[in-house]
Design a protein around this ligand. Structure first.
Ligand code: PEP
Ligand code: CO
Length: 406
């Protein structure tokens, strides 16, 4: 853990601990990079962030449903017109599928055009030959290739450039709003707000509503490893006007979630809780946390991330997820929320339009010793198109016909 100063970017001058920050190899370059980011254009417009917030408000009332999806770790190389088009088109198709089944409008949120930073359980990776290298933390920090594992702060500038290129591609392909030009027809972008040296310099005055907003994406979320109620990430999320997400994993306690929601849920549409409990824990843990929140549970959007609590390893040692676990978690999530008179507000998926074999439809494939292929994810295993459609169709069947409205 390192301590990051929040001063200088119009956010606050207090110092808070920021978990999961890279150990930058050239600390004197950090101030230079932050200053350069601070001088750049905002990547997204404040009005579009508020348009999304309005759509999330509708989701919190059961009048809309969110589908958020994309890579676990997005490669810089994907910031091209073709790749962005393919990713946005998959999201669009899933939205159409859900809308067709339920009649509910879908809020489209890409996990792309900036999803370049990863929290890691271990700061190092031990290779098969016993060598220990820094863990891959996303291309905003270091390279996936073993020769490029030293964190390089100049990569934050490359992250900005690639996010900008990705956003341009989305705009050219008519997926992206310049500002708020009508609800439910536009694609928004999101990423985990992890790297303070990237997010803080990109904070800008919010010309639309006053205060300050994060101009790096419309929607930012706080990961399960950086959600300390007194930590820098939570403080950052509270200080911006964007809608924000908070991952809620099985280690979340009742006092923690109460403190977090009290601090973050300022106004309808501000806070989305993204539950990622795992197929086995979703029912008991979600029940416990909803009970702890009491009436506050009705003030947020509830989304289900059925990916991150369901990671397993194959006999060959690759990370994978079983489609059956993913579906079980979605079913448990919808059931618990319904049982408490709350609205299931959306899905958060790791998915790709590419024909990969990363998640498994057949549990018996877990014991196979040959590697899954093609397996191109830089981090967690993603659903392919057919699997993502199966998850969305299942959620739609649980929620239709009109069953998400009261
Ligand atoms: C992720 O969304 O890729 C992730 C790391 O999730 P979590 O913080 O929920 O583990
Ligand atoms: Co992931």
């Amino acid at each position: 853990m390192t301590t990051t100063s929040l001063g200088g970017d119009g956010v606050t001058s207090r110092e808070r601990t920021a978990a999961q920050q890279p150990d930058w190899q050239a600390p004197d370059a950090v101030a230079r990079v932050r200053a350069e980011l601070g001088a750049r254009h905002p990547l997204v417009d404040a009005a579009a962030c508020h348009a999304l917030r309005g759509e999330l408000r509708a989701a919190s009332r059961g009048q809309a449903f969110v589908i958020q999806g994309g890579d676990c770790a997005e490669p810089f190389a994907d910031a091209t017109a073709d790749r962005m088009q393919a990713k946005a088109a998959l999201l669009e198709d899933l939205a159409d599928l859900f809308e067709g089944h339920t009649g509910l409008p879908v809020v489209r949120v890409g996990r792309f055009a900036g999803q370049y930073a990863k929290p890691r359980s271990s700061p190092v990776e031990t290779l098969p030959d016993g060598a220990v290298v820094p863990a891959f933390r996303g291309e905003a920090v270091n390279g996936f290739d073993l020769a490029e594992r030293e964190p390089d702060v100049r990569r934050l500038l490359a992250a900005y450039d690639h996010a900008a290129a990705g956003l341009d591609a989305l705009f050219l392909n008519r997926f992206l709003p310049l500002a708020c030009d009508g609800p439910f027809v536009q694609t928004y972008v999101s990423h985990e707000a992890l790297l303070m040296d990237f997010e803080q310099p990109l904070v800008r005055p919010d010309w639309y509503a006053g205060g300050h907003y994060a101009s790096s994406a419309h929607f930012l979320w706080i990961g399960d490893r950086t959600r300390q109620p007194d930590g820098a990430h939570v403080h950052f999320a509270r200080s911006i006007t964007n809608p924000v997400g908070l991952k809620v994993g099985p280690t979340m306690t009742a006092p923690e979630i109460t403190a977090l929601v009290t601090g973050l849920a300022r106004g309808e549409g501000k806070l989305t809780l993204i539950a990622r409990m795992g197929a086995e824990q979703v029912v008991p843990k979600l029940t416990e946390l909803i009970a702890a929140l009491g009436p506050m549970a009705g003030s947020v959007v509830w989304m289900c991330d059925p990916m991150h609590g369901n990671t397993r390893k194959t006999a060959a040692g690759q990370k994978t997820r079983l489609l059956a676990d993913v579906l079980t978690e979605v079913g448990g999530f919808v059931g618990v929320l319904r049982g408490h008179g709350l609205r299931p507000g959306g899905l958060h998926l790791e998915m790709t339009p590419d024909p990969v074999a990363e998640c498994l439809a057949r549990p018996e494939d877990l014991v196979r010793t040959e590697p899954l292929a093609p397996y191109t994810s830089l981090c967690d295993p993603r659903l392919d198109r057919g699997q993502a459609e199966a998850v969305v169709r299942y959620a739609a069947e649980l929620i239709s016909p009109g069953g998400n409205r009261r």
